[in-house]
Design a protein around this ligand. Structure first.
Ligand code: SF4
Length: 271
């Protein structure tokens, strides 16, 4: 992977400020189509086998990488496979297992609290409604959308740091507040696209359009991007900035979906 370069030399998209609503919608949807071609295998980058595992993994992913969470959860779910088991956990034992994900005391409190709430209020099942999910301890809108979109098939836009940065670079919105970003971006796309759009944008942010040094010279979105030139434009230098499967390296999941073209991530301690 990683050999795709911009189809044509990008012209700066200068006229974005005066872009009509219709032109914005068309440009946004074109970028989404390009991303779909670039990442036909886009997926959530947390390993999970059921809604409870996804909920727990998403809570653990705050302030750390999905890779680190994926390296931690196999041991965690071996010891505490159900909400009932996790609700009854000895906090210190749980803390030790999740320690590699950082902020482990607060995260252990959240996991025990949310597991007790699942046991007591929802019969040990993860609820499939936003209003119920956001009432669980440690669960915000972003976590709720990840769970709804990927474990329940309910369309949702996930505004994480990558998503917010990229949609502002593309001038799809100038909002900073994640809820306002979510509202503005969801108005540009049909509902059926929301979940996959989120995965594709986050994939692009992790692989090519990085926070500090976007690899503009190796970016297929460049002809459509008003921020082209914010990063490295030399194609050879830009290619060296590509990450994960785009840069020939392992991905973040220890158990990626079968269509993932890269290598699985190594277990904890192996790298
Ligand atoms: S890498 Fe550069 S050209 Fe590509 S989307 Fe990001 S800012 Fe735009």
């Amino acid at each position: 992977m990683g050999e795709r370069t911009p189809a044509k030399k990008p012209k700066a998209t200068k006229s974005v400020k005066s872009e009509s609503r219709l032109a914005l919608v068309r440009r946004a949807r074109r970028i989404n189509r390009e991303l779909a071609e670039l990442y036909p295998y886009a997926h959530p980058e947390l390993d999970f086998e059921n809604p409870f595992q996804l909920l727990v993994a998403t809570v653990l992913s705050a302030q750390t990488t999905d890779l680190r969470v994926n390296q931690t959860t196999p041991d965690l779910f071996a010891v505490y496979p159900t909400p009932e088991d996790m609700a009854a956990a000895d906090p210190e034992g749980l803390e030790q297992i999740i320690r590699p994900t950082g902020f482990f005391r607060a995260k252990a409190r959240s996991l025990i609290g949310l597991s007790a709430a699942l046991r007591d209020r929802h019969g040990g099942e993860v609820p499939g409604r936003l209003e119920d999910l956001v009432k669980l301890p440690g669960v915000g809108r972003k976590t709720a959308h990840v769970v709804l979109g990927n474990a329940f098939g309910v369309p949702g836009i996930t505004v994480d740091t990558h998503f917010g940065r990229l949609v502002r670079r593309w001038r799809w919105t100038d909002q900073e507040d994640p809820e306002k970003v979510e509202a503005e971006i969801s108005a540009l796309f049909p509902k059926s696209e929301w979940t996959m759009l989120s995965h594709r944008v986050i994939f692009h942010g992790r692989r090519i359009c990085h926070a500090r040094k976007p690899a503009c010279g190796a970016c297929p979105i460049a002809p459509l991007c008003p921020a082209y030139g914010e990063g490295e434009t030399d194609p050879d230098k830009a290619r060296k900035l590509l990450k994960y499967e785009m840069g020939g390296a392992p991905g973040q999941r220890l158990k990626p979906p079968p269509d993932y073209p890269g290598e699985p991530a190594p277990p904890l301690g192996a790298a």
